[in-house]
Ligand binder design. Structure first.
Ligand code: GLC
Length: 755
């Protein structure tokens, strides 16, 4: 790593050309240096699941020519762990391996919301929900940065598809942006202070994210007080001058001096102040200092320990979707025949394609791990069943069926082969490959104890085939140690405790984004607004394959004694939620206690319930524990476009606590006080807005009665007829018989107050 520099002195010493040269990369993965002034270059590289450090000895540029590093479970898996502490531990390991290879900034985590299950990069993102994405993303950032390495939370913002990703405009209304697509970034920025943020490729409402003043300066720095560096996604900058002016600080990768020249020319021509360039240079120099040695020297990285952590993380992230008659866990010491079927058992798919790809230090496969863990009386057979290329192969199928017929249990490993999902393109289906479904169908005809193990980044449709399986374990793309973790879970050495962080829809077309994905002619309309994932399915009461938050265990949990208390009001409100959770089953396990809130009295439409807090608790059989949550004003608020800010309205809130969005074990209602929201009224405001105004209402009613007689103020039919009229129009239509003296005085007063 490098030594600290004196930012002020160096900034004063740098020429304009040198400053401009620092604002774009040197090569693919480094910042530029200015040796004359002691400014070192630093390395930024991927990725969210493992360090991909380009091997300097490699001839090729390819993403595979990298140094070995631990490949942890992908975000789709880690997001299903719902375990903040685990994510921090994974971040610490990623940071340690980054430090050991001289990486100053690790390009992750990816926290974009899973708007559509078709998004090719959903393996690289945490959830369809901003609270899960924000809390887990912040935990990963804290872990990475605890080692002195910077994180780069990405891709800011509304990068929810791969189709046309460098040009598409995500057309999203402001409230939806705030409550869904920016909320996780806001939490990570304010709670974990990532040293860098990566600006996305796409446009947001027509303006490239990497050149978007509202995103990069007004919101990020003006509202969230972010003081780190904004780096572009690789190749995301169209106009470097516009980008720096908007608040971008570092364009990656190198543009071989072209952008620097354009910046110098723009300063010389007066199109951008040199002070704006200085602002970006200061942030870069500050980043260099923040990632500099001396940090506590990182002990030699213990790759065996990191592999063990990857195995734990994979086990904690797997989701047991179904387990009829407790067919799982299998007894490794039983006297039985187990048919292991499916090429994924031997050739695991454990990570996604694209920039997050890692060269693993080693790879476990489930077949070897099962064989290793099996007792002497448990006989395992293996049949690939299909080729990963997906071509039809009857011989493989009939061999697998024969093995299944002879076995007591058939473990069928299915999933999405490489190429079915990736950075750079989206899926057009969520179905498993036909060749795998044919295999499953044939195996189920000859063996009634079928257990399916899935390996996929984006969710897959299960409704059409899950009747063939008595158990389904969703393993995700679970990293280099995933094979061992699956064996631990199947044999009960680990108890599944993952929960779905993305809904599994019954059918792709049930997904709320479906008619608006992936858009056309350069635009994608987020027509479903706030109603993403479970927010939509629950609002419409639509049946789903498996609901958000769902996951089974080898034990059971009981919920009791829900108590809620409300202290304070308005912005100072504190809503306490307390309950007890008990392990009511036979083995130790972990439960993810989820808190969903619904605003019963909202003046605007709101999702019927939204996750606002969660906690993962480990319990021994029979053990109980109190679980407490504190919700604050922001947790109960919505973003008002009228007031252009977060707003808490008084009224009742439903509190649902449970094991998934569709398994609320206990509910309560909490009443919250808050000052009423006086909508700003003007002459063009509607009569109903005036009547709802605490001061304007009585004045208007008086004026109406004096002008038109008392019936107007009392006859609901007349009021209903005129309530949507603008006041100015009603005054005109009344032939100016309405005395507007007091109304004018009130408006003058409000204008003074608001200025
Ligand atoms: C890629 C990705 C981004 C990655 C960067 C560097 O295109 O969008 O996530 O960190 O470029 O590889």
């Amino acid at each position: 790593m490098h030594t600290k520099i004196d930012v002020e002195d160096v900034l004063a010493a740098l020429t304009l050309e040198e400053k401009a040269s620092l604002l774009s990369g040197r090569g693919a993965w480094e910042t530029a240096d200015v040796e004359r002034c002691g400014v070192p270059s630093i390395v930024l590289t991927d990725g969210p699941h493992g360090v991909r450090m380009h091997d300097p000895k490699a001839e090729s540029f390819s993403l595979d020519a990298s140094l070995p590093a631990t490949c942890f479970p992908t975000a789709a898996a880690l997001g299903s762990s719902w375990d903040v502490n685990l994510l921090t531990r994974v971040g610490e390991a990623l940071g340690a391996e980054s430090r050991a290879t001289g990486v100053a900034v690790l390009l992750g985590p990816g926290i974009n919301i899973k708007r559509s299950p078709l998004c090719g990069r959903n393996f690289e993102y945490l959830s369809e929900d901003p609270v899960v994405s924000g809390r887990l993303g912040a935990a990963l950032v804290r872990g990475v940065q605890s080692t002195g390495v910077g994180a780069s939370v990405k891709h800011y913002a509304a990068n929810n598809q791969e189709t046309n990703r460098m040009r598409i405009s995500a057309d999203v209304d402001v409230r939806t942006l705030r409550e869904i697509y920016l909320a996780a970034f806001e939490h990570v920025v304010t709670a974990a202070k990532p040293l860098t943020i990566m600006a996305a490729y796409n446009k947001v409402n027509g303006v490239h994210a990497a050149q978007n003043p509202w995103l990069l300066t007004e919101v990020l720095r003006g509202e969230w007080a972010y003081d780190g560096l904004v780096v572009s996604d690789w190749g995301a900058v169209k106009d470097p001058v516009e980008a720096v002016a908007a608040g971008l600080d570092l364009e990656m990768p190198s543009t071989n001096g072209a952008s620097a020249a354009r910046l110098v020319e723009a300063v010389r021509a007066g199109r951008i102040e040199e002070a704006v360039v200085d602002r970006a240079v200061t942030r870069l120099l500050t980043l260099i200092n923040r990632t500099a040695a001396p940090q506590p020297p990182v002990q030699d990285v213990n790759l065996a320990e990191h592999h063990a952590l990857a195995r734990t993380a994979a086990a904690e992230s797997a989701v047991l979707l179904k387990n009829e008659d407790a067919v799982l866990p299998l007894d490794p010491d039983a006297r039985a025949e187990v048919a292991v079927i499916g090429e994924f058992a031997r050739t695991p798919r454990f990570q996604g394609a694209g920039s997050s790809k890692v060269r693993p230090t080693r790879v476990d496969n489930a077949l070897d791990a099962l064989t290793q863990a099996a007792g002497e009386h448990l006989r395992l057979s293996f049949s690939p069943g299909f080729t990963l290329s997906g071509d039809k192969n009857d011989a493989l199928l009939s061999d697998a069926v024969a093995a299944a017929e002879a076995a007591d249990v058939a473990l069928v490993f299915l999933g999405l082969p490489e190429g079915f999902e990736s950075e750079g393109y989206d899926r057009d289906s969520i179905d498993l490959p036909e060749v795998q479904l044919r295999l499953l169908d044939a195996v189920a005809q000859v063996n009634r104890n079928v257990v399916v193990v899935l390996a996929n980044g984006g969710v897959v449709e299960v409704a059409s085939w899950q009747h063939h399986a008595r158990a389904i374990l969703e393993g995700w793309l679970n990293g280099q140690a995933g094979g061992g973790a699956v064996a631990d879970l199947l044999f009960g050495r680990a108890n599944p405790c993952g929960r779905l962080a993305e809904t599994v829809p019954l059918r792709l077309r049930d997904n709320p984004s479906h008619l608006n994905f992936p858009g056309s002619e350069g635009h994608v309309a987020y027509g479903e607004r706030l109603y993403v994932g479970y927010r939509y399915y629950d609002a419409q009461d639509i049946a789903v394959g498996y609901p958000f938050g769902h996951g089974l265990s080898y034990t059971t949990f009981g919920y009791s004694d829900l108590r809620t208390t409300v202290d304070g009001e308005g912005e100072d409100v504190v809503l306490q939620v307390r309950l007890n959770v008990t392990n009511t089953g036979p083995v130790a396990g972990k439960e993810v206690v989820q808190v969903y809130v619904g605003d019963v009295d909202a003046s605007v439409d709101r999702p019927v319930r939204e996750l606002k807090a969660f906690a993962k608790v480990a319990l021994q059989p029979g053990e109980s524990t109190p679980v407490e949550f504190e919700l604050h004003a922001r947790d109960l608020s919505f973003f008002s476009i009228t007031h252009d800010r977060w707003v808490l309205e008084a009224g009742d809130f439903t509190i649902g606590v449970g094991a998934s969005s569709r398994d609320l074990r206990l509910t309560a209602t909490a009443t919250v006080d808050a000052p009423s929201l006086a909508l700003p009224v003007t002459w063009d405001s509607a009569i109903w807005e005036w009547l709802a105004h605490p001061d304007g209402g009585p004045i208007l009613l008086r004026a109406l009665r004096e002008a038109e007689g008392s019936s107007v103020g009392t006859d609901p039919t007349i009021l209903a007829m005129i309530e949507s009229l603008p006041l100015s129009q009603l005054v005109t239509m009344s032939g100016n018989r309405i005395d507007t003296t007091e109304l004018s005085r009130l408006l003058d007063e409000m204008t003074v107050e608001s200025s």
